[in-house]
Design a protein around this ligand. Structure first.
Ligand SMILES: Cc1ncc(COP(=O)(O)O)c(C=O)c1O
Length: 379
């Protein structure tokens, strides 16, 4: 279906830059995830896009959530606040995992009352948990291969597999309870070997800890599920079928499996429309200056190593153009190689699809430019 007329109409109505979030796509992505991974509970990684309406739509669908900070915790907690007191522990774990392995002391003190489920990957974190949040259930995060993933994780997070058992022992010695094991294979993981290796590492630790009588019962396979940004990206269904057979082969029936997809749920839900506010030829190349850039919705180009896409509404002979943001910083170049019509003028629009993850999330107000206006479709 040609959705260009609708985008143009919305841009005329609301102004630009305009970010359009389609909630039917959020629901669809969630349902696809559940359909292909029926054994896995989905904890949407709020960091990918923390727009409150996205959280609400997913909550209504039955999703749970992975949060990284106290503020994200509260963005979700408001929906379970009303549950009965004696059900609260169950509901908090069922709905929220705090999967930032490093939490400051103030945050731990504040979340202690909620008996949260949290990840950890080092001894100092155990000490902090003991002192400031001893009500927590712990999930040890293990370092796993992230080869070829768009965003790697293992240089900053995860205990070495060979040291995981000692870290589990240590938490129990401190009187805390370890509930399970987690990992993250890196974001936009198209190399599915990362998942098989990670599952094998996790299952070894699982087996050993069960032998010791620790009763771990939770496996958290993190995020990383790839989005079809381009046709080369291997299909999610293939990954899911691999995961399902590895779950069966490596893990007992009675364990709970959860995942923290962020990008997979959020990326394809948003489209951005921006206006060309300037046009110049520099060293022979056309530079389209638009009213959104790498300090704003295109921040994923910097932080997420994301390759942006640009589409024009007008047709015309194309050439390789640069598309740059509105700020005075020369770093604010979104791309130097977009194939676009050369006949676009100031006042024309460009649009970008699949910009829902890690874009709005890290937008700033640099140079005094407001972030794009967000509107919701099919809310
Ligand atoms: C702990 C954790 N879980 C889940 C995610 C979401 O990953 P993705 O967007 O690749 O699904 C991230 C991303 O940074 C993360 O750090």
């Amino acid at each position: 279906m040609d959705f260009k007329p609708e985008l143009l109409q919305l841009a005329a109505q609301h102004g630009t830059p305009l970010c359009i979030i389609d909630h039917d796509i959020i629901r669809e992505n969630y349902r696809i995830f559940k359909k292909h991974l029926p054994r896995v509970q989905c904890y949407y990684a709020v960091k990918a896009n923390s727009t409150q309406q996205i959280i609400e739509t997913l909550f209504k669908e039955g999703s749970s959530f992975d949060v990284a900070s106290y503020n994200e915790f509260m963005q979700v907690y408001q929906y379970i606040r009303h549950f009965e007191k004696d059900q609260k522990k169950y509901f908090v774990w069922d709905k929220i995992i705090f999967s930032n392995t490093i939490k400051d002391r103030q945050t731990l003190s504040k979340i202690k009352q909620y008996k949260p489920l949290v990840t950890y990957d080092n001894i100092d974190e155990v000490k902090k948990l003991k002192e400031y949040c001893n009500t927590a259930g712990l999930v040890v995060r293990v370092k796993v291969p992230d080869t070829g993933s768009q965003v790697e994780m293992s240089t900053k997070f995860g205990v070495e597999p060979g040291e995981a058992m000692a870290l589990i022992d240590y938490a129990f010695e401190m009187g805390l309870k370890v509930e399970g094991i987690s990992f993250h294979v890196g974001s936009q993981c198209t190399n599915f070997d990362n998942y098989t290796q990670a599952l094998s590492i996790a299952s070894d630790i699982f087996r050993e800890s069960r032998k010791k009588g620790y009763g771990l019962n939770l496996l958290d396979i993190g995020g990383g599920f790839p989005v079809p940004y381009d046709p080369q990206v291997p299909e999610f269904a293939k990954l899911a079928s691999l995961l399902n057979s590895e779950f069966k082969r490596l893990f007992p029936e009675d364990i709970e499996i959860l995942a923290e997809p962020g990008r997979f749920i959020a990326a394809t839900t948003a489209t951005l429309v921006a206006e060309i506010i300037g046009k110049a030829r520099r060293d022979g190349k056309i530079f389209y200056h638009i009213n959104d850039g790498v300090y704003h919705t295109y921040s994923g180009v910097v932080y997420d190593h994301w390759i942006p896409n640009f589409h024009a509404f007008k047709e015309g002979p194309t050439e390789i153009c640069a598309v740059v943001g509105p700020t005075c910083d020369s770093f604010d170049k979104i791309t130097l190689s977009a194939e676009l019509p050369g006949n676009l003028e100031v006042g024309d629009f460009l649009y970008t699809v699949n910009i829902g993850a890690y874009g709005t999330a890290s937008t700033t107000r640099f140079n005094g430019f407001d972030p794009a206006k967000i509107i919701h479709k099919n809310l």
